[in-house]
Design a protein around this ligand. Structure first.
Ligand SMILES: Cc1cc2nc3c(=O)[nH]c(=O)nc-3n(C[C@H](O)[C@H](O)[C@H](O)COP(=O)(O)OP(=O)(O)OC[C@H]3O[C@@H](n4cnc5c(N)ncnc54)[C@H](O)[C@@H]3O)c2cc1C
Length: 405
């Protein structure tokens, strides 16, 4: 293996999907990185995730797509039903024709599987990537030749540059944007993973399925070779704001979905749910200061309604690696170029996710208008609408083709 292109490492705060993908992208480009993760071990929460074609393009560029595909379920449709009437509002086939159009499938998988594939990819590049746990980043100082990163235990890690991939409550972001904790959005969700035996038989669909109800929606899809089903039930609630990542009982959850018809209600069978407070940020026009930048949720925290947060973190990682390669270690210049390439696209997804919430949660006449708007929506028109997000951006194509186009 040839020597790394940088003497001092790129320090990455956070070992989630975004941070690990960034380390892998840098290693592919010949750079040395240190990942600092606050937790005792590198891990993801036990829930599902949808991966649209653009997420697969990025995984492909990072050479971990085959490994993630081993455990993924390749669904056949994206469905949206009206939770009140039960009627189908949107039905997008994502079979062969979709794959041909976008060059990759739409699939669903367990978060641990995608995170595990990235982690193994990083471990296999142990000569270029150092992984450290129990390392909570609390701040940094920009120095003449790089960055000194401060950890909670008082130690300092020096590097040529710092990437804040430290998620929704990013410490690195506070020194760059300084906008405090992201506000609670007024939306919260209840998450659960069901054994297939607990999933009503007539709802075991090969689809990412969404039941849109007044101020609520329910999402479900199969996981891990159809052994499990992921369930996320979301409400817009004035009481949202407390009890994040705590247990919630069916007595708390079921009344919130009382306006739904029998079918979606029949999925709310878990004996216990995990309550999740949803937060989001409005887009900002700067993520960088000198040799320090942000990536993933730290840069553009969004509601999950477009199922694109992780996809954006993966694309960020690929773009960052390409920019650093192009600028050959001039990190400040690379981060400006990365930000220029990513800001509008990621912000568009961030804003689109909030708008989708209005669509999903429509009530009264707005609900009827929504259903009418999508009646008969089919054929190429559906795929045209997804083109801007599902086709790979240039930097993803470049890393996929080994840096050449
Ligand atoms: C209910 C729900 C469903 C979703 N569904 C989808 C989906 O279907 N498809 C999709 O693409 N996206 C989805 N998302 C979004 C996706 O989960 C996130 O956008 C993605 O995980 C962001 O990755 P990240 O690496 O930027 O941040 P994170 O996953 O938050 O990782 C940040 C890491 O940094 C660590 N860390 C935090 N602070 C520090 C610190 N100070 N020092 C060191 N380490 C630190 C954390 O422990 C963590 O490991 C969903 C989100 C939610 C809430």
């Amino acid at each position: 293996m040839s020597a790394a292109r940088n003497h001092e490492p790129v320090v990455i705060a956070g070992g989630g999907i975004g941070g690990l993908a960034a380390a892998l992208g840098l290693a592919i480009q010949g750079f040395h990185a240190v990942v600092l993760e606050q937790a005792r071990e590198f891990a993801e929460i036990g829930a599902g995730i949808q991966l649209a074609p653009n997420a697969w393009h990025a995984l492909d560029a990072l050479s971990v797509d085959e490994r993630v595909k081993e455990q993924a379920v390749f669904i056949e449709r994206l469905l949206m039903m009206d939770a009140v009437s039960g009627e189908t509002v949107i039905d997008v086939p994502v079979g062969e024709r979709f794959r041909e159009r976008f060059g990759n499938p739409y699939a669903v998988t367990h978060r641990a599987d995608i995170h595990g594939a990235l982690l193994d990819g990083c471990r296999a590049r142990g000569d270029r990537i150092e992984l450290r746990t129990d390392s909570r980043v609390t701040g940094f100082e920009i120095e003449s030749n790089g960055v000194a990163v401060e950890l909670a235990d008082g130690t300092r890690v020096t590097g040529a540059a710092l990437v804040g991939a430290d998620g929704w409550s990013s410490a690195v972001r506070q020194a760059i944007v300084g906008d405090g904790e992201p506000p609670v959005s007024g939306h919260m969700c209840y998450r659960a993973v069901l054994d297939v035996a607990d999933m009503p038989e007539d709802l075991r669909w090969a689809a990412a399925s969404l039941w849109a109800g007044p101020s609520t929606h329910i999402v479900h899809y199969p996981l891990r070779g159809w052994k499990l089903f992921n369930l996320v039930a979301t409400v817009v609630s004035e009481t949202a704001g407390s009890g994040h990542n705590e247990e919630a009982s069916p007595e708390e959850v079921l009344p919130l979905f009382a306006a739904s018809c029998e079918k979606p209600l029949s999925i709310l069978v878990p004996k216990t749910f995990r309550r999740w407070m949803l937060r989001f940020r409005e887009p900002v026009d700067n993520w960088s200061r000198g040799p320090v930048t942000l990536l993933g949720d730290a840069a553009h925290l969004m509601l999950q309604y477009a199922a694109q947060g992780a996809a954006m973190a993966l694309e960020d990682a690929v773009c960052l690696a390409v920019a650093i390669g192009d600028h050959d270690g001039d990190f400040a210049a690379a981060f400006q170029s990365y930000q220029r390439a990513r800001l509008v696209r990621a912000s568009r997804v961030q804003l689109s996710a909030s708008l989708l919430g209005l669509l999903y949660h429509a009530r009264g006449v707005a609900r009827l208008v929504r259903n009418d708007m999508y009646a008969g929506w089919s054929g190429d028109g559906q795929y045209d609408a997804f083109d801007w997000v599902y086709q790979p951006p240039d930097y993803v194509r470049r890393l996929r083709s080994g840096g050449h186009l």
